[in-house]
Design a protein around this ligand. Structure first.
Ligand code: ATP
Ligand code: K
Ligand code: MG
Length: 659
């Protein structure tokens, strides 16, 4: 499969693939280098990405965006209260307490969990890539925000699987960009003392900073921080709310009572914001916004800055935190690499530069760096592709402890992966156990986590623990891993017993040994493996059977969408054929059909056209094909005569030239 990297943005998704010995950005069906991250539901099918965006204004209630904000989020999470205001579809509590959207699809109310929504979106992204590359797309490297917890990462991984993808690695967004930087800037990087680089990403919904030590062939993320609620959408909302107030007093219309009007203002606000990145003032006009009122206003860059003052006042926080976690000061930073669409806002750029007292660097493509990094990482994991080796370690954001029921040990838990450690990382612990037991991983410091995050991570049952005869307990070695995707796992476990083994006694240094001297042995006690333990994992990943049902559901819906698209194609083909044949019958085909044939065909064309606008307006793929073939039977006969004559003419010319 072609190495496939996806930057699932809250606003738009960027796809990259490793091919032709490089990394390519994959364009979508309308040749855009990014695809709107949203899904729309309709009477007959789903409209995903560009198609969903085109219909969004007229289908607000059945369009769901901000997918990555609700993926893996529980309905009772305090964060959901903050998120709610960004959605136009009805959000409800799903069966497992997850956030779900209630939409009208195929003529009835249906619920889709955030996981399903993300999966169906990723499936579309996969199809876009398959179509463009004409290749096999299975392995994916998907990036997620640095603040994603275990539950959210597991959900991202499950979403890939439901979309028929194999998540090779889940990577932090900024880390992916940093890896891209390390790989593509390889030749400008130092061999020994690493360069300290700050990577700043401000996107549509969040703001993330990572400080990395980068040198030739390797990288280590020393520290990172984030503001989970800081991005372009906050600017848009502030602008829209400003105009909502203005229009209420100026035009006496309250767009807060009219979702469509509000959404139109929000869309226009985003455009206005972008214009204000290049101009100091811009007009704001919308025709017939509400109650037939045309609105007209304008905004200056200064006014915008005033509106987002609460945000601007927080810009320094993640940077200071990231530096602190990395144990560095702004002066230690050699380069500040800026990515993310929102960093195009001049006031933000200025503020970032001030904070580091250094000019910002735009070496990376600010929209595509994350996707490119993902594609490279995916290629790195490919068994068939050879890429230049690049080693990277990420920063463990949240402290994690493993717990067990206390038996002979002094403690019942251990903080195995503290905040500030690096991963991937493996640690082996030894417990003295009487029999089978359980281990549980939990976040150990709630204060480090986004507010309201549940502490539970996963649980394991370890089976096959049998102490030796006459012993109460047996030493058990457990290999714990913070794996490359950031998951906290129990990788393997086994019991060990002390055995007396013979060991060769090495001669001391300088000691003379006779050629024919017998080798000398001594008896030593050593721990040797007795047996591997069976490990049953209870993580927040979906159970296989549940996931399989979702995969089947998604496949069915995809097939339905495909059928609807094909039906539409056949209908369009029939319609085009009618116009085409009718035109040609009066022009180039005129001399090749008898009057009788012409009358017959004209009549058939008319009849089919009438049908198309009546009963045939909503018909089946098979019927459109049948109607087409009915016309083509006679149409092709006439066309054949015409083509034969044309060929005859060409032949005559050729003969003339050859003579
Ligand atoms: P996130 O990283 O939060 O998941 P994302 O990756 O989809 O979201 P980006 O593509 O990095 O976000 O950035 C999109 C945001 O950048 C949008 O809010 C968009 O309006 C904003 N943006 C794009 N161009 C400009 C510009 N010229 N001036 C101001 N803002 C801009
Ligand atoms: K993006
Ligand atoms: Mg982004």
């Amino acid at each position: 499969s072609i190495p496939f990297g996806v930057d699932l943005g809250n606003n738009n998704t960027v796809i990259a693939c490793a091919r032709n010995r490089g990394i390519d950005i994959i364009v979508n069906e309308v040749s855009n280098r990014s695809t709107p991250s949203l899904v729309g539901f309709g009477l007959k099918n789903r409209s995903i990405g560009e198609a969903g965006k085109n219909q969004q204004t007229s289908n607000l209630k059945n369009t769901v965006d901000n997918l990555k904000r609700i993926l893996g989020l529980s309905y009772n999470d305090p964060d959901f209260e903050t998120e709610k205001k960004h959605f136009t579809a009805a959000l409800v509590e799903g069966k497992e307490g997850e956030v779900s959207a209630k939409v009208r699809y195929l003529g009835e109310q249906q619920e889709f969990t955030a996981l399903q929504l993300t999966a169906l979106y990723l499936n579309k992204i996969k199809q876009i890539t398959q179509k463009e590359t004409k290749g096999n797309i299975v392995d994916i490297c998907l990036s997620v925000p640095v603040w994603y917890t275990e539950v959210q990462r597991r959900a991202a991984s499950d979403a890939c699987k439901i979309a028929g993808l194999n998540p090779v690695r889940i990577v932090n967004e900024v880390t992916a960009a940093a890896v891209g930087y390390g790989v593509f800037k390889q030749n400008d990087l130092p061999e020994d003392a690493p360069k300290k680089v700050a990577f700043v990403d401000i996107g549509h919904s969040s703001y993330q900073v990572s400080i990395a030590a980068v040198k030739k062939g390797e990288l280590k993320v020393l520290g990172s921080a984030y503001d989970k609620h800081f991005g372009g959408r906050d600017f848009d909302l502030a602008i829209a709310q400003h105009f909502a107030k203005e229009f209420l007093s100026k035009y006496k219309i309250d767009i807060n009572t009219n979702p469509k009007a509000f959404y139109r203002v929000l869309t226009a606000a985003e455009k206005l914001k972008k214009v204000l990145s290049a101009n100091t003032q811009a007009p704001f006009n919308i025709e017939s916004l509400m109650n037939d009122v045309d609105v007209s206003s304008s905004l200056t860059r200064e006014e915008l800055e005033e509106m987002v003052q609460p945000l601007l006042a927080r810009v320094h926080v993640p940077i200071e935190q990231a530096l602190k976690t990395a144990g560095l000061t702004a002066a230690d930073i050699d380069s500040i690499e800026v990515i993310g669409g929102c960093t195009r806002v001049p006031s933000l750029k200025a503020k970032l530069g001030e904070l580091f007292s250094k000019p910002l660097s735009f070496t990376l493509n600010q929209d595509e760096a994350i996707a490119r990094g993902n594609a490279f990482i995916c290629a790195m994991h490919s068994p068939t592709l050879r890429v230049r080796p690049f080693k990277f370690e990420d920063y463990n954001q949240f402290s994690v402890s493993y717990f067990w029921d206390k038996q002979n040990e002094d403690e019942d838990h251990l903080e195995v992966f503290p905040r500030g450690g690096y991963y991937p990382s493996t640690k082996v612990i030894t417990l003295f156990r009487q029999g089978d037991f359980e281990i549980e991983a939990k976040y150990s410091k709630p204060s480090e986590l986004p507010k309201g995050t549940p502490l539970a991570i996963a649980k394991w049952e370890l089976k096959g623990v049998v102490p030796e005869k006459g012993e109460d307990t047996i030493a058990t070695k457990i290999k714990l891993r913070n794996d490359p995707s950031g998951f906290y796992t129990v990788e393997s476990a086994y019991t060990v017993v002390e055995k007396t083994v013979k060991e060769l006694v090495e001669p001391k240094e300088g000691e003379e040994v006779a050629e024919d001297a017998e080798p000398e042995y001594r008896e030593v006690k050593k721990l040797v493996k007795k047996n591997d333990l069976e490990i049953l994992t209870f993580s927040s990943s979906l159970a296989d059977d549940v996931r399989n049902i979702l995969i089947e559901k998604e496949n069915t819906m995809t097939m339905e969408d495909k059928l609807v698209a094909e039906t539409e194609d056949r209908k369009n083909a029939l319609e085009e054929y009618i116009y085409d044949l009718r035109g040609k019958l009066e022009a180039q085909y005129a001399d090749f059909a008898s009057e009788e044939e012409k009358t017959k065909l004209t009549g058939m064309l008319q009849k089919t056209e009438d049908w198309l606008y009546d009963d045939g307006y909503e018909s089946t793929k098979a019927k459109y094909i049948a109607r087409y073939e009915e016309l083509a039977a006679l149409g092709n006969l006439i066309r054949g005569r015409y083509l034969a004559k044309e060929e005859e003419k060409k032949q005559a010319i050729r003969e003339k030239q050859e003579a």
